[in-house]
Design a protein around this ligand. Structure first.
Ligand code: ADP
Length: 510
């Protein structure tokens, strides 16, 4: 529980930081929205209540009815709201936590997309078909192919759309399971999540879309088979019925709901989770009550590289930029950029089920997220390989020989030991040297509610439930049995947009 409270505090404080940091014109969202100050007082600290005050819609502005209700203010929810608003609708967002952002805020690697203008600018030859094939291969052929086709074909548009609203992802890297640089990051190579959330919040606020926090949706209401609103619990005490012509569920996954996870995957009990505490699968439960069906609920992604003490994900970009994984014996043991399930399985075969990411100053300068890991105290440093080995407690001779062999493989463009082919642009030879100790942790729930490519929630006979839409981690099927890193950010933007557009079409026709 204390951990949860601390996690909330970190979420809210980081939100304050990004809000403070995103005022490119010297006009921060917080300042612009001072008048919209919420009256919500959170007990955590003055600073926290200050953040809430400055950023969200006050409860006295609540209306009884909106065109569209969006449940959850992560990437999918805010994207849907922006598109619905662009179609002339009056949407509202209800977020149960004290701050917007959800798991989106924590995403690090980037957003996958193919045939984008940024790839073209950088002479990267990619295709929607290759993106399709590699995602399908990563998902062991079990992905919903119609959803996947829509996804890849609309990925470049989604990058353009983000760019058009001031969210520029033009720095390209590679993550596990892909042959081309397809993972789009912010210009400075930093983690995508905070940048994306701050940009979306800015847009939501500048467009005047109401966003209520501490507003937990407990039920979706319907009349005569048509969804007509929600029940919302404000500040854990006041429950209100709010009407709408359409409801979009963007509540994220269930990666923080251990009961739900262990009911479908008892083998995962006891693992740490990288999920924010609001990811409890509420949307799935509410949708099932209305006759919606789920798919792939037991497909839960365990991420191979999680710092265990703080349950903090160490993004794939670190490996994408050249880091290797070594065991406590100082030896490599896998293709570090194999798919997440394979890398996880390789770590779990080690005696202590843990390993070290090892990298040099070059990787550190290219993967900006490492600065954050350093601030959080995760990074072990040594001026030389020997000094690093000593700090890590691994045999120095072995680590040195591992790095020599690896640098030879980089030079020859051939990893004879494990067949790695990507993230090999640079040798690991520029001191100081670094390491981060990691082990697997629950990361992402691939399963969820079934929707069609219009993001309409469907019942077991394949019919859509009128007025009910869903997008983001709450939906299942797209990723199949294994999600490729960088595909969830693409998922929330591509299908978040679609949910905003289709719910607007539906609401207008009412
Ligand atoms: P996605 O990546 O699909 O956008 P996120 O995890 O980023 O998902 O965001 C989902 C958001 O939905 C989170 O901020 C979470 O706290 C919020 N949420 C979850 N359940 C509810 C609920 N019952 N009512 C309101 N908000 C919710």
């Amino acid at each position: 529980m204390r951990k949860n409270a601390a996690a909330t505090l970190i979420l809210v404080l980081s939100f304050m930081l990004i809000i403070a940091g995103c005022g490119g014109n010297g006009n921060t969202s917080a300042n612009q929205n001072q008048d919209n100050a919420t009256k919500a007082e959170k007990p955590e600290s003055e600073a926290v209540s200050g953040a809430s005050k400055a950023s969200y819609t006050p409860i006295d502005q609540l209306q009884d009815k909106y065109d569209i209700i969006i449940i959850g203010a992560g990437g999918a929810g805010m994207t849907a709201a922006l598109e619905a608003k662009a179609k002339g609708m009056n949407p509202v967002i209800f977020e149960k936590m004290p701050a917007a952002g959800g798991n989106t805020m924590k995403s690090s690697s980037g957003m996958n997309a193919s045939q984008t203008k940024f790839q073209k600018e950088q002479s990267i030859e990619d295709s929607n078909d290759l993106f399709f094939e590699e995602t399908l291969k990563g998902g062991h052929g079990t992905n919903d192919k119609e959803m996947l086709r829509y996804f890849v074909d609309n990925s470049a548009n989604a990058i353009d759309w983000l760019d058009s609203i001031g969210i520029r992802l033009n720095n390209l890297t590679i993550t596990g399971g892909m042959k081309e640089k397809r993972t789009h990051r912010p210009e400075d190579g930093s983690a995508v999540g905070q940048y994306l959330v701050s940009g979306l919040v800015k847009n939501v606020q500048s467009k005047g879309i109401p966003l209520f926090v501490n507003a937990k949706v407990t039920d979706i209401t319907e009349k005569d088979g048509k969804v007509n609103g929600v029940k919302v619990l404000f500040e854990e005490k006041d429950e209100k019925n709010i009407a709408a012509n359409a409801v979009v569920v963007t509540t994220g996954g269930y990666g923080a709901n251990m009961d739900m996870i262990s009911s479908v995957r008892p083998d995962l009990k006891g693992l740490v989770t990288t999920n924010q505490e609001g990811s409890t699968g509420d949307g799935i439960t509410m949708i099932e009550k209305l006759g919606g069906v789920t798919v792939d609920m037991d497909q839960i992604q365990v991420h191979p590289t999680v710092q265990q003490e703080k349950s903090y994900l160490i993004g794939e970009a670190v490996r994408g930029e050249g880091a290797i994984l070594v065991s406590k014996d100082g030896k490599r043991f896998t293709n570090e950029l194999d798919t997440r399930d394979n890398v996880t399985a390789a770590i779990n075969k080690l005696a202590d089920k843990a390993a070290y990411l090892v990298f040099d100053s070059g990787v550190k300068s290219r993967a900006k997220a490492i600065q954050q890991y350093e601030k959080m105290g995760f990074v072990i440093k040594g001026e030389t390989v020997e000094a690093l080995a000593k700090e890590m407690g691994v045999p120095a001779d072995q680590l040195k020989s591992t790095l020599d062999t690896w640098n030879g493989a980089v030079k020859d463009k051939k990893d004879a030991e494990f067949g790695r082919t990507t993230g090999m642009d640079n040798e690991l030879s520029a001191g100081p040297f670094y390491a981060i100790k990691i082990a697997p942790g629950i990361h992402y729930t691939m399963g969820g509610v079934k929707v069609n490519t219009n993001t309409e929630v469907v019942t077991k006979d394949g019919k859509s439930i009128p007025g009910l839409f869903a997008a983001g981690e709450v939906i299942g099927g797209l990723h199949g049995q294994n999600r490729i890193g960088g595909n969830s950010v693409a998922d929330i933007i591509i299908f978040g947009r679609q949910a905003g557009i289709k719910s607007a079409d539906f609401a207008k026709a009412q």
